[in-house]
Design a protein around this ligand. Structure first.
Ligand SMILES: NC(=O)c1ccc[n+]([C@@H]2O[C@H](COP(=O)([O-])OP(=O)(O)OC[C@H]3O[C@@H](n4cnc5c(N)ncnc54)[C@H](OP(=O)(O)O)[C@@H]3O)[C@@H](O)[C@H]2O)c1
Length: 293
């Protein structure tokens, strides 16, 4: 069985979590909308994740909507003491499955209460404010108004810690002037390296960086170098992509998403994959080639 501790741990708020966790978005139906094809399989993936040592799960009430949180509740409640559930607010789904900004005080407050109710929690461990500027990449602009709403909900005891998603370094600076920020969740992977400077900044600050789409998201990663390295290590490309992220910086926490038990096992086994320096250098060049300095 996989030993997740091989990948190390990192502080997330006032808790310590394994650096390899699980992203629950894929548990809803196609397009992250509606129920999954096989609800029992979704429950099994979550239970297997916990049995394998995962103690950090990423979710949102806008996955489904509501569906993913309801499945997490059904599979895992009462939750293990060491489990940190991270959720996010700032969007609502349209009836056509669209993703729409939902940043008014009333919308943010309702989102926090929806997460509490569907997860059956009195307090949310970590809430990320998801900025909707552009869908998969940040754009500049003040985040003071919505963050102040969440800071007030934190003061009221409904939220332990706050994080940000889809933000820039400037927005992080503004946020830290308002409230303590424990994690940033942005789009980043071996082939999508726009956040390299932000990651270095967060490493120095001791703030967790949690890449979304670590395996390429809706378009799984494809790279000849990745495939060649994986072959030479008798591993899979997805395992190498995850191990590369673990090596990229000590404050990176992984939440690869899957609806498959086999993929879950494969992804968690990346904790024990050793990546020799020479291969690390080859992989570093994959991102550089796509994002020349
Ligand atoms: N903050 C945000 O804006 C934001 C945006 C997107 C996602 N997220 C969070 O980040 C988490 C991770 O992102 P993600 O799930 O979208 O993308 P991802 O982890 O990059 O990739 C998931 C995709 O890869 C497939 N996959 C997973 N493991 C695999 C393997 N070993 N071999 C082959 N295919 C594999 C999955 O399909 P199968 O189900 O078939 O395995 C799924 O299609 C999400 O679950 C969510 O919690 C946050």
């Amino acid at each position: 069985m996989t030993d997740l501790s091989a990948a190390g741990e990192f502080r997330l708020g006032d808790r310590t979590v394994n650096r390899l966790g699980y992203g629950a978005m894929q548990l809803a139906g196609p397009g992250v909308f509606g129920p999954p094809k096989d609800r029992n399989a979704a429950l099994a993936v979550l239970r297997q994740a916990i049995a394998s040592g995962v103690n950090h799960i990423d979710t949102s009430d806008f996955y489904g909507p509501h569906v993913t949180n309801q499945i997490i509740h059904e599979a895992l409640h009462p939750y293990p003491d060491d489990l940190v559930i991270v959720t996010k607010v700032g969007a609502l789904r349209g009836e056509d499955a669209s993703w729409n900004p939902a940043m008014t005080p009333a919308e943010l407050t309702r989102a926090v209460h929806d997460n509490l109710r569907h997860l059956s929690l009195d307090v949310l461990d970590v809430v990320n404010l998801r900025i909707m500027g552009q869908v998969h990449g940040p754009s500049e602009g003040s985040i003071e108004a919505p963050l102040t709403v969440l800071a007030e909900l934190q003061r009221q005891g409904l939220i332990r810690h706050l994080g940000l998603s889809n933000v820039t370094s400037t927005q992080l600076k503004q946020a830290r002037g308002i409230v303590d920020i424990v994690c940033i969740q942005n789009n980043y992977s071996l082939v999508h390296r726009h956040d390299d400077a932000l990651i270095d900044e967060l490493t120095a600050l001791g703030i967790a960086y949690v890449p979304f789409f670590p395996l390429g998201g809706f378009t799984p990663l494809q790279s000849k170098t990745l495939s060649d390295v994986a072959k030479s290590l008798d591993a899979t490309p997805m395992q190498v992509a995850l191990t590369w992220l673990l090596r990229r910086a000590p404050n990176i926490l992984l939440i690869p998403g899957t609806s498959s038990l086999d993929h879950l096992r494969e992804n968690l086994a990346a904790a024990q994959l050793a990546l020799p320096e020479g291969m690390l250098a080859l992989l570093n060049d994959v991102g550089k080639a796509r994002h020349p300095a």
